[in-house]
Write a protein that binds this ligand. Structure first.
Ligand code: CU
Ligand code: ZN
Length: 176
């Protein structure tokens, strides 16, 4: 693990310029009760002076708003809770390196993994650039992006974690 981390750091140093923009990315797939299903687009990341910019291109969503977050683990596996399958449960919780345990959205001081919600058009497609002011590319490797069935009100009330509910798309983040 130490060697892997070292290599990632070296790659980031070599590619710290605009010439290497968009090299950190995730291929997104639908989630099923046993793992992942069809490919559903991609997310590409780059650092800007406003923060981490994500180019989000997705398909197959229900029209309307969807919560999207950086989740802790590099896994899109299904897990089991109380005897029920949890699609994408392997991704773990929202990236929260300071252990705030609060969901406050991209401008808040809670989970660093809280991203601006995305909106799918009438055909279920998303082609959007979103900016997460508190995140950097270097925080992404070894984690995953998750898109939820519902929107995100950037709060833990009335429902926890923005109220997005079930996990519908997931992608483990890599760099190449
Ligand atoms: Cu999430
Ligand atoms: Zn959160």
């Amino acid at each position: 693990m130490k060697i892997l981390l070292g290599m990632s750091a070296a790659a980031l140093l070599l590619c710290g310029t605009a010439a290497c923009a968009d090299q950190v990315h995730a291929t997104m797939n639908t989630l099923t009760t046993t793992g992942i299903g069809a490919e559903a687009g991609s997310i590409k990341a780059k650092d800007t002076k406003e923060g981490l910019e994500l180019h989000v291109q997705l398909k197959g969503l229900t029209p309307g708003e969807h919560g999207i977050h950086l989740h802790q683990n590099p896994s899109c596996d299904a897990t089991v809770k109380d005897g029920q399958p949890v699609p994408g449960g392997g991704a773990g919780g929202h990236f929260d390196p300071l252990n705030t345990t609060h969901h406050e959205g991209p401008a808040g001081n809670g989970h660093q993994g809280d991203l601006p919600f995305i909106t799918a058009d009438a055909n279920g497609n998303v082609n959007a650039k979103i900016v997460a002011p508190h995140l950097k590319e270097a925080s992404l490797l070894g984690r995953s992006f998750v898109v939820h069935a519902g929107g995100d009100n950037y709060s833990d009330t009335p429902k926890p974690l923005g109220g997005g509910g079930a996990r519908v798309l997931c992608g483990v983040i890599s760099s190449k």
